[in-house]
Design a protein around this ligand. Structure first.
Ligand SMILES: Cc1cc2nc3c(=O)[nH]c(=O)nc-3n(C[C@H](O)[C@H](O)[C@H](O)COP(=O)(O)O)c2cc1C
Length: 321
């Protein structure tokens, strides 16, 4: 399948470290780009558009320095996540800043707007849009996005409920651009499996919370190490729309687990909360995907990517002999 022009010569693994609310910033994104995988952060991780612009300047300067210092290395481009929704009054102003600073990849969530695609294409950037079902993938295709992120069951954040094998095929039926697969990917062999399934790039969130460059506090990282996949509760109770949270942090915040575990009996409504309320909620109730069961350490991005590369290569070798 076609890949954006940056793929061939700038990535050392077909991988994006996914944007995460309150977790990813320029430190994590730059560390990822330095290792040859796409690093990212949500624009909303800065409280104002002015602060966000400072991050964009930091990224562009940081990448320039890395390229100068390591002309032979695969320095990957970075991505910014924009929540395109009426609950985010900043998205247009933030988009203008992305155009001004020519952010190479824009990842849109919730709304797939042709306005964003037009603006980003004007300077040669690409737009990836995340979806949890075929209907939204079709809408994204109509809006002209370059890539669709299949957020499957078990993912961290606003996860989907569809099995990845089914979701990738369903998206391919309606979209012939780049497909990215998200949901529980933690190892190098998972990246290869995503490619075997028909995805062009893998998309990992939770695994990168437990890196030294993430903004997560130690207790959050420790909870990930201690959690099993069965500890991940997918509920609309925190955000208004369903998202994945660790049971232990829901309990600590006083949620009634008996109610949360009864699917369909909660009446919180399917409306996303205002962004300030989201920030307060996600600070105390910690999101993670089912991949927590595969995470037993906190390592630097350099060590993690090196391990992922080894696992990827040995899985390839195993399959090709
Ligand atoms: C703590 C956390 C915060 C997240 N915040 C965002 C966000 O702000 N915007 C977004 O598009 N996705 C967000 N996500 C989803 C990730 O970008 C990605 O789709 C997901 O983590 C992939 O699944 P995995 O965690 O199982 O690897 C978040 C995920 C987590 C775990």
């Amino acid at each position: 399948m076609p890949l954006p022009a940056f793929r061939a010569d700038s990535l050392s693994l077909p991988l994006i470290a996914a944007p995460m609310f309150l977790i990813s910033g320029p430190e994590l994104a730059l560390a990822c780009c330095r290792e040859g995988i796409v690093g990212s952060f949500p624009a909303l991780n800065q409280r104002t558009s002015e602060g966000f612009e400072e991050w964009l300047i930091k990224m562009n300067e940081g990448l320039c320095k890395l390229k100068e210092a390591h002309p032979e290395a695969n320095i990957a481009p970075y991505a910014v996540n924009l929540i395109v929704h009426r609950s985010n009054p900043r998205w247009l102003a933030d988009l203008e800043l992305c155009v001004k600073h020519q952010v190479p990849i824009i990842i849109t969530s919730l709304g797939a707007a042709s306005q964003v695609v037009e603006a980003v294409h004007s300077y040669g950037g690409v737009v990836f849009h995340d979806v949890t079902n075929q209907k939204h993938a079709r809408k994204a295709a109509e809006a002209g996005v370059d890539g669709v992120i299949a957020v499957s069951a078990g993912a961290g954040g606003h996860a989907g409920t569809i099995n990845p094998f089914v979701l990738v095929h369903e998206i391919r039926e309606v979209f012939d651009g780049t497909i990215l697969l998200a949901g529980g990917l933690s190892h190098g062999e998972d990246i290869l499996a995503a490619q075997a399934l028909g995805a062009d790039l893998a998309y990992m969130g939770t695994r990168f919370i437990n890196t030294t460059e993430s903004r997560a506090e130690d207790a959050y990282r420790n909870m990930i190490i201690e959690s099993e996949s069965s500890d991940i509760i997918h509920t609309p109770a925190v955000s208004g729309v369903p998202a994945s949270f660790m049971r232990q942090s829901l309990e600590a915040a006083g949620f009634d687990m008996a109610k949360l575990n009864q699917a369909g009996e909660i009446n919180y409504g399917e409306k996303l909360k205002p962004m300030d309320d989201e920030a307060k909620a996600w600070k105390t109730v910690w999101s993670a995907g089912q991949g927590v069961s595969q995470i037993n350490d906190v390592v630097s991005v350099e060590a993690l990517v090196s391990r992922l590369k080894q696992e990827y290569q040995s899985a390839r070798a195993r399959l090709c002999t």
